[in-house]
Write a protein that binds this ligand. Structure first.
Ligand code: GDG
Length: 735
């Protein structure tokens, strides 16, 4: 039975050694919570570093660690102090982290770091190889492990591997500066599915793949040798209920049951009821823009001095990576800034900034969220930023204002927040004023929308969407790979052709026999094509059918006088031997149950889109989405629906910013199968370039020689570059 394997730098448990005894405490972080549904039961394993280096583990506890971890479904990767220095504090956090967050000047390109990163990635890959089988599903997390997918794929080609990057993927112009850029890209491409938080990161990655590796990329598919790698965005959600319910519980606590922090916050409110509390919570990291935020706060108080003594900024900065020099400098800078501003502006009754440099228990985090009128988050770059989502989830009465940097991945989904550019102090000062004076009704209206979204697209949905997509890709992997028609393949086809007594040929027209033209009417057949088709038409033992989505009028004009057999409008009309067109199909709807969940999953992953249900059709509207992203999703939906409905009587209409699925009974597969049933053929050939031809490739019997023009995903056995090469085949057929 196949297992699910999760791999991340750290395990979702924390090990502690007290008095020479070992304890494991489950972590409460977003990832650990999100993966609960994936990492449950006996059929899953989480592989990662335990948090203790070899040097920190007493000899006597070495074996016990494995037992304790196994109780939590975990298995450790052994790392020593040097590994952690070079791979984690070095390459991960002094090279990749700053580079991927656009802090090029902080990025250190040290060969020693890189060597250590490779070695440790190999240790993770070895641990995976030791614990897995061919049919396991492997999900690798984050920037510390970008080489692992390839290391595993090389040894275990049949494994299904997913990778998710939790931080931004930078633009090509930034990424190209990395000395080991090709190795990192090819490392990632060992995965079958690569996920990012946003479409922007996805397109940056695809652009680097295209430009640095020269690989063929079609929409969100990368073609590498005989593999297709899918790239997609999955915006990570939070455990909405956990935050919402914790806030409800905390609001109900009375008197001494309230936490010390909550009592302090309550006192503050009682003492100064019209003062607004502004909260900001981040790891102490230069990407989070904490120093800029403090400067912007000072600017706000200078621009709007009437708010002195009326607002207070609470900064919770959680200690992080304090071994890295840049973080030590930042810590000093923030300490000094807070000290100076508080020193300069404080009054007897008021300290403008409350600053905590520590990690607080979850309950205190909730106290801060629920007591603050405004959350002000100003990352200069942030993969997602979960704090923004958590703040909204805890606002049980729906009041509260979120001010969020446009540079956070979460800003893509949270349009109802007040979005700001963290470098623009003027805008931030004005936005703070707007937040302070925002009427309650407006706050509620904005947050209602945000809460609905966060509740719906929670972290469990996120994890499941990724896993479903990975599993789906795993199943289809083999089906998509077609063989290129080279000389030897052509030889084989021709031998069968010559031997056959009764041949049936289906040729698509546009993009197959003739190139596309801006004006479709101008893509008329040329002399050479007529010549070739005439010869085939007259060849003994050959039945030729042109099969197209074109209207019957155009085909009648071009081909009726030639008496070619034709099927048009995807199979509605047929004409044989120069006879007038007659109907091949009558047009029919219990299919909606199957299509609706697919459209819903697209709504989940495409902010701004919605479903319209009509009597006999379902429409997915995407006019209000990011234009590029909407278009991309439409294309993807088209592909998904095409394979999904290949055996149904449905068709897809691509309208203006709307995609409609209709009951129709009509497709090329059905039409060609009907024709096939009329005779006894010993050579069947079907060629076409677009998705409507896939119906033929799927429905015609296995022995059919199916050929896709182009190398996109296909169910066809073969592929061929373009119309010129198609003509060469025709020439061979008539020789
Ligand atoms: C990386 C990416 C991406 C914070 N202080 C305390 C505390 N927290 C919790 C918050 C939140 C988490 O830490 C921070 O998550 P973020 O998403 O804001 O940021 P990163 O740590 O940088 O995470 C980021 C994320 O990965 C997920 O993919 O969103 O962009 O950089 O959940 O609640 N929790 C407790 N005490 C604290 O003092 N208990």
């Amino acid at each position: 039975m196949s297992k699910t394997i999760i791999i991340s730098n750290r395990l979702p448990v924390q090990l502690q050694i007290n008095d020479e005894s070992l304890f494991a405490k489950p972590s409460v972080g977003g990832l650990a919570t999100g993966m609960k549904s994936v990492h449950s039961g006996g059929e899953s394993l989480w592989i990662g570093w335990s948090g203790l280096t070899d040097e920190q583990i007493p000899e006597a506890l070495v074996e016990e660690i494995d037992t304790v971890l196994a109780e939590h479904g975990c298995s450790k990767v052994k790392l020593n102090k040097n590994d952690i220095e070079g791979y984690y504090f070095g390459f991960s956090n002094r090279t990749v982290w700053p580079l991927f967050h656009y802090f090029l000047e902080y990025s250190e390109f040290e060969l020693g770091f890189w060597e250590s990163y490779k070695e440790v990635n190999q240790k993770f890959a070895d641990a995976i190889l030791e614990k897995t089988n061919d049919d396991d599903i492997i999900w690798i997390h984050d920037y510390q492990l970008m080489l692992v997918p390839k290391m595993v794929k090389e040894k275990r080609p049949k494994a299904t591997i997913g990778f998710f990057l939790h931080i931004p993927f930078p633009s090509y112009e930034i990424f190209r500066t990395l000395p080991w850029r090709e190795e990192v890209l090819t490392g990632l491409l060992g995965a079958d599915l690569i996920g990012f938080h946003t479409y922007d990161y996805e397109r940056h990655f695809l652009s680097s793949v295209r430009r640095l590796l020269g690989l063929e990329v079609s929409f969100n598919d990368i073609y590498l040798e005989n593999r297709i790698i899918k790239v997609d965005s999955f915006p990570m959600g939070i455990d909405y209920d956990k935050f919402h319910n914790a806030a409800k519980k905390s609001n109900k606590l009375k008197g001494k049951h309230r936490s010390d922090l909550q009592i302090k916050l309550d006192e503050h409110k009682k003492f100064a009821p019209d003062t607004k509390l502004i909260v900001s919570i981040d790891r102490l990291d230069y990407s989070k823009g904490i120093a800029k935020r403090i400067n912007a706060f000072e600017y706000f108080l200078t621009k709007y001095p009437e708010y002195k003594e009326k607002v207070r900024l609470i900064i919770l900065a959680v200690p992080s990576r304090s071994n890295v020099p840049q973080y030590q400098l930042l810590k000093r800078e923030i300490d000094e800034l807070v000290g100076r501003i508080n020193g300069e502006l404080s009054t007897v009754n008021w300290t403008p900034i409350w600053y905590f440099y520590r990690s607080l228990p979850f309950e205190n985090l909730i106290d801060l969220y629920t007591s603050s009128d405004i959350a002000w988050l100003t990352p200069l770059r942030d993969g997602m930023n979960l704090v923004a989502k958590e703040y909204i989830a805890t606002r049980t009465d729906k009041t509260g204002v979120l001010i969020l940097s446009e540079m956070a991945g979460s800003a893509n989904e949270m349009n109802e927040a007040l979005l700001i550019n963290p470098n623009n102090f003027e805008q931030q000062a004005d936005t703070l004023k707007q937040a302070i004076t925002m009427p309650k009704e407006e706050q509620i209206a904005r947050n209602m929308f945000l809460q609905n979204w966060l509740k719906r697209y929670n972290v469990e949905v996120w994890a499941n969407e990724f896993m479903d997509s990975l599993k789906a890709h795993g199943t289809l992997k083999g089906a998509y790979v077609s063989q290129k028609i080279d000389e030897s393949a052509l030889d084989t086809i021709m031998r069968q052709y010559k031997k056959a007594k009764n041949r049936l040929l289906f040729f698509d027209y546009d993009g197959t026999l003739a190139d596309f033209h801006k004006d479709p009417q101008k893509a008329s057949p040329d002399k050479e094509l007529y010549g070739l088709l005439d010869k085939l038409q007259n060849q003994k033992g050959t039945t030729l059918f042109l099969i197209s989505g074109r209207d019957k009028e155009t085909f009648a004009r071009w081909f009726l006088p030639k008496k070619y057999n034709m099927i048009v409008e995807h199979g509605v009309w047929i004409s044989r031997n120069g006879e007038d067109f007659s109907m091949l199909e009558q047009v029919k709807g219990d299919w909606m149950k199957k299509i609706q969940p697919v459209l819903e999953s697209f709504v989940n992953r495409t902010p701004g889109s919605f479903i319209e249900q009509k009597n006999y059709s379902l429409a997915w509207h995407y006019r209000n989405t990011d234009p590029d992203f909407g278009q991309k999703r439409a294309t993807e939906l088209n592909t998904v629906l095409t394979s999904l409905i290949a055996n149904d009587d449905l068709s897809i209409l691509n309208g203006n910013k709307v995609m409609e699925v209709k009951s129709s009974n009509v497709n090329k597969g059905r039409a060609s199968s009907r024709i096939l049933g009329e005779g006894n053929y010993d050579f069947i050939f079907a060629i076409g370039d677009d998705w409507t031809d896939e119906f033929m490739f799927e429905e015609l019997p296995d022995e059919t020689i199916t050929v896709k023009v182009g190398i996109q995903k296909t169910q066809a056995k073969y592929n061929i570059e373009g119309t010129k090469r198609v003509r060469e085949i025709l020439k061979q057929f008539v020789k």
